[in-house]
Write a protein that binds this ligand. Structure first.
Ligand code: ADE
Ligand code: ZN
Length: 330
């Protein structure tokens, strides 16, 4: 109880959040009505009932269908503004969010519509809620590297509105090495990169992310725990892992929360952090993720501080900003 209060009240950073995954069923229906989009579900409850997944792909199918209601700049704004107001309640003070432009380009939504709506909300969140932000363009790994390269080229007019690049979607069969050229180009352009690796994919995909992409962070990284040499490399490099407990539970990456590896990760010296991934689909925002950990694992005060500190240390902000946030924790 006391731990839960501490976790809830701590100022926090969220580093692994797909903005399209914060699309709540209520907003899906509101936007469908506003945009005249026909849905395959008759009610909010019917849609929510479809949120049961056995693996990543089953979730992704529902996730890409859900975002079909996002058409206008205002829709991207409303989505992002709803997320910021929600996490403000959780005492989140810094967010680094992904968006999936290829999923919208495929539906004919121009990149400037997407970026402008998302950023208008982010800037308002900074001004009115005091939430600082970074925006990360994430490539879809089930598509080709050429499609990612095209998207990177299309984003050229917006490079000053982007802070980094990511890689998400179906992991198995789409290893990081498939995108070696595109991420080399991102690095040449001076961007930071972070890729989903070791969520469902093997430890080898995490090695590839390190050796072939030179990533600055790893998203998830759970399966690194199967390889002690890899763990020691990640520890040595001080690489941040953006771990997502409720996501891992809902996508059956872990059998139950009591078996979640996050405390073992901390014990080994890995810089694990707590994130919500796709909160509308996985049953909760950042504080809900902390609550689940506290309920099912022997979490201590020190663990909570460590997790919160890791997130600020792994954030793409200046050392002074990191220090200021970390001082607020103590
Ligand atoms: N896209 C949105 N959430 C994702 C996740 N957890 N893994 C891979 N791709 C995603
Ligand atoms: Zn993710």
């Amino acid at each position: 109880e006391e731990l839960l209060q501490l976790a809830e009240a701590m100022p926090k950073a969220e580093l692994h959040l797909h903005i399209e995954g914060s699309l709540e069923p209520e907003l899906v229906f509101q936007l469908a009505e506003r945009n005249g989009v026909k849905l395959a579900y008759s009610s909010v409850d019917a849609l929510r009932a479809a949120y049961a997944f056995n693996n990543l792909q089953e979730f992704l199918d529902v996730y890409y269908a859900g975002m079909s209601v996002l058409l206008k700049e205002q829709d991207f704004y409303d989505l992002t503004w709803a997320y910021l107001n929600r996490v403000h309640q959780d005492h989140v003070v810094h967010v680094e969010i992904f968006f999936d432009p290829q999923a919208h380009l495929e539906r004919g939504i121009p990149l400037d519509v997407q970026i402008s709506g998302i950023r208008r909300a982010l800037e308002q969140g900074q001004a009115e809620l005091g939430i600082s932000f970074r925006l990360i363009l994430s490539f879809l790994r089930h598509l080709s590297e050429d499609s990612a390269l095209e998207t990177l080229e299309l984003a050229r007019p917006f490079y000053d509105q982007l802070d980094g690049f990511g890689l998400d979607s179906s992991e198995q069969g789409h290893p990081p090495e498939k995108f070696a050229r595109v991420f080399a180009r991102c690095k040449e352009l001076g961007f930071r990169i972070t890729v989903h690796a070791g969520e469902e994919g093997p430890p080898d995909y995490v090695y590839q992310a390190l050796d072939q992409l030179q990533v600055d962070r790893i998203d998830h990284g759970n399966r690194s725990m199967e390889d002690e040499v890899l763990v020691q490399r990640l520890v040595g490099a001080g690489l941040t892992l953006t771990v997502c407990p409720l996501s891992n539970l809902k996508l059956c990456v872990v059998k139950d929360m009591a078996q979640h590896p996050i405390l073992s990760m901390l014990k080994k010296g890995l810089k694990a952090t707590v994130n919500s991934d796709d909160p509308a689909y996985f049953g909760g925002y950042v504080n809900d993720n902390y609550r689940a950990l506290i309920q099912h694992l022997p979490v201590t005060r020190d663990h909570l501080y460590q997790l919160a500190r890791n997130a600020f240390e792994g954030a793409w902000i200046s050392d002074d900003e990191k220090e200021a946030h970390i001082n607020e924790l103590n």
